[in-house]
Design a protein around this ligand. Sequence first.
Ligand code: NAD
Length: 329
Amino acid sequence: MKILFYDTKSYDRESFQNTLKKFPGIEIEYTKSDLDARTAALAAGFDAVCAFVSSDLGTQTVEILHQNGIRLILMRCAGFNNVDLDTVKKHGIRIMRVPGYSPEAVAEHAMALALAANRRLHKAYNKVRENDFSLSGLMGFNFYEKTAGIIGTGKIGAAMCRICRGFGMKVLAYDVYENPDLKEFVEYVTLEKLLADSDVISLHCPLMDSTYHIINIDTIRRMKDGVVLVNTSRGALVKTDDLIEGIRMHKFAGVGLDVYEEETNNVFEDRSDEILEHSTTARLLSFPNVMITSHQGFFTREALSAIAETTLQNALDYQNGKESTNDVI
Ligand code: NAD
């Protein structure tokens, strides 16, 4: 079975090549091009394509893949909001994904952002490099015996609850479903109470109509003064203009963002030599208490190897005509 991998970086090739040894019937070819209507025809002669969150799997792309004999789309990620599922279904193409891989990878990054923003590690690093050994502007607060508020307690949120407990924090949570595994040490409360009582708030719910801009000026006003806010889930959970207003109101001790509303054109690209078209990210970074990373929460050896293992197992299940819970349709 031959698979064309789109939008691959060196680390994708490395983790898939390592895992491929366990799947002798599968052949992979890698391209740096992302998958869209212009590049879909490259898939001629392959049995399957492997795509990522940034791929454009709209109607035209799927039509071209179908015309070129593609019978399987392997998403090497959990999300599939970039896929025209109706066209995929119409052509009887099978589409499979990786629903969960190392939740701890993302949760540990969320805690890293919370700590770094609180203790101004991004500032401290640069200060010491400039031989500035003063401590001005670096004061934070202890997490020990403070309250963490976790919004969304699925796989990643649950891992974050466990990490916060490990720090000696009281853990509050808000979710539309209560996770029975957390009952022993997590107190489920209303969103209102979580916002009012938490010293550190971390977002771990998916982006849906009900969670779009869940952090806005109204919810920000309900938070404690001096709170640390972290978002490693999806950019549009936070209304950026309102976040900026909240920062200007001195609401936050720190803000850590791995995702933000205008990230799409930036994610995984080196744009250091460009004049960027929007200034919101730059505006956020102008505040001393904000730390931003570029959607790297998932980026650990363990997570990449789990993604490779599941993606290749999906390919094998397809080849053997086996049903799988990783099917999108
Ligand atoms: P999950 O499906 O296991 O958990 C999501 C939780 O959110 C569920 O418990 C669900 O009940 C809850 N939820 C749904 N609607 C809600 C609402 N209105 N209010 C509060 N909670 C609500 O998902 P997960 O694997 O834990 O992933 C969480 C998010 O992390 C994903 O949606 C994804 O956007 C993000 N993510 C980010 C990275 C990264 O690299 N930064 C990597 C993977 C996933």
